[in-house]
Design a protein around this ligand. Structure first.
Ligand code: TRP
Length: 455
């Protein structure tokens, strides 16, 4: 790929918005609450925050360093920085992970489009919690509707990747992100003031370590990688478009706190509402979609027009947040195919979109008509989620930290982190220490412990 058909982040704000746009998405608003609910609440969040701090931020800096130093796609990056070694497999594994995540992520992204329509046609009005659950289940079980939305969503992603309207995305993120933020705050306030919401707040804030189950460490670590878009070269690819004066550690810190704040806010929307209307917090992937309509319904029951307006706005913003994430994943795979296999950019993008549609259809059907077909007791959808978020991303993160902490010349990291000596180096020492010792050991121990590798 030549430089000219790649995105280029002109302003400092553009850099942060593009990276934050990749990070903030369904991972925060849909996946974080249901993983938190599956793993017992506050204790999970506590461990999650630790993973962000000790693994997420240093590994994000490492991806930035690798991407900006090499200025190429993620597999090409390792070839440039470590020619003739097997490190390129880390990049290739990342591309595969991106492809798989994009497939099932687009299924959920498609659901947001259905909910825009439902919100717009007033379908939430007068329904009880049980009816919201029933209508979600019948929608997901329908063999056609989710599939059509999935295809629509992937085609929208495709269009943006091919047309290269990053400028538009960048501009719209500038407006969209603050509105999303504001709306999340409003919804959180509404949710915590619902009757009986206290139990949900307690669930979020009071760690009950006795409720912690076996998968909690792996779950929290996987969620940290998923939410920050780490472990598959996504931010590495974005960093290859960064300017030379972009402050890498500061960008990483900004992305991490924006992303974490959105996730926590989502928690404060979902759990108080769930406890208020009696929805189980461990409802799984359906949690967001069965809980949120209750918030609109209950909090704005006396002002139906406001309920409709806010719910439409919310699902549109959610779909756009998902779109800035799917674009970032699509870009990783497209850039790889385009550069490494000499395909035209359009052809590469078509292959990615086509492949994701096929896999996505299977994922979508696995939640409905294909429910009985399971592997290791998981549907295809759940299997994709488990293998990517809990295995491939942390494994990618492990290798990235070893690559940056042990293989890569210290001089390279110091130059990139300090922008060739123009920035102070204080934080460099902390990051270098975390990358060299804490990340490899911590991730390794969690893997060994949770996957029962020792038994
Ligand atoms: N982080 C995004 C979210 O929270 C999803 C995402 C985008 C992602 N790019 C990624 C996840 C790369 C893992 C790897 O919705």
């Amino acid at each position: 790929m030549t430089k000219s058909d790649r995105a280029n982040f002109g302003s400092k704000l553009g850099v942060i918005l593009a990276s934050a746009g990749s990070a903030v998405g369904l991972g925060n608003i849909w996946r974080f609450p249901f993983e938190t609910g599956n793993h017992g609440g506050a204790a999970f969040i506590f461990i999650y925050l630790g993973c962000i701090l000790f693994f997420g931020i240093p590994i994000m800096v490492a991806e930035f360093v690798i991407g900006r130093r090499s200025r190429s796609n993620t597999a090409g990056a390792y070839q440039k920085l470590a020619p003739g070694t097997h490190w390129r497999w880390v990049g290739r594994m990342g591309v595969l992970a991106g492809f798989l995540i994009l497939s099932y992520y687009s299924v959920v992204a498609g659901w947001t489009l259905e909910y825009i329509c439902e919100a717009a046609t007033d379908s939430f009005e007068g329904k009880s919690a049980a009816e919201f659950i029933a209508s979600f289940n019948s929608f997901v079980g329908n063999p056609w509707r989710p599939v059509i939305w999935l295809i629509v969503f992937l085609l929208a992603t495709h269009f943006i990747i091919v047309k290269g309207v990053e400028k538009g995305i960048e501009k719209s993120s500038k407006i969209m992100m603050p509105i999303l933020f504001l709306l999340l705050i409003i919804l959180a306030i509404c949710s915590v003031s619902l009757p009986g919401a206290g139990a949900g707040i307690e669930f979020l804030l009071k760690p009950d370590f006795s409720k912690v189950d076996a998968g909690v460490l792996l779950g929290a670590m996987g969620q940290a990688f998923f939410s920050l878009s780490l472990g598959m070269g996504c931010l590495c690819t974005y960093a290859s478009y960064f300017r030379n004066d972009t402050n890498l550690p500061r960008t990483a810190l900004n992305v991490a706190w924006i992303d974490t704040l959105v996730a926590i806010l989502a928690g404060f929307i979902i759990f108080p509402a769930a406890f208020s209307v009696g929805i189980q917090p461990d409802a799984g992937p359906s949690l967001l979609f069965i809980t949120l309509p209750n918030v609109f319904q209950q909090a704005f029951g006396s002002l139906p027009w406001l309920a409709v307006l806010l719910s439409i706005l919310f699902y549109i913003l959610l779909a756009l947040a998902a779109l800035t994430s799917t674009i970032s994943m699509h870009e990783v795979v497209t850039a790889y195919l385009h550069e490494e296999f000499n395909l035209s950019r359009g052809k590469a993008a078509r292959l990615v979109t086509g492949g994701c549609i096929v896999l996505g259809i299977f994922c979508s059907l696995s939640l409905g008509v294909g429910k009985e077909y399971t592997l290791f007791g998981l549907t295809l959808f759940d299997l994709f989620d488990f293998v990517t978020a809990k295995l491939m991303l942390p494994l990618g993160g492990l290798f990235i930290s070893i690559f940056a902490g042990w293989y890569l010349d210290k001089k390279v990291i110091r130059e990139e982190v300090s922008n060739n000596g123009t920035l102070k180096l204080g934080i460099y020492h902390i990051i270098a220490f975390l990358l060299k010792y804490i990340c490899p050991l911590g991730i390794g121990i969690i893997f060994i412990n949770e996957l029962g590798l020792l038994k």
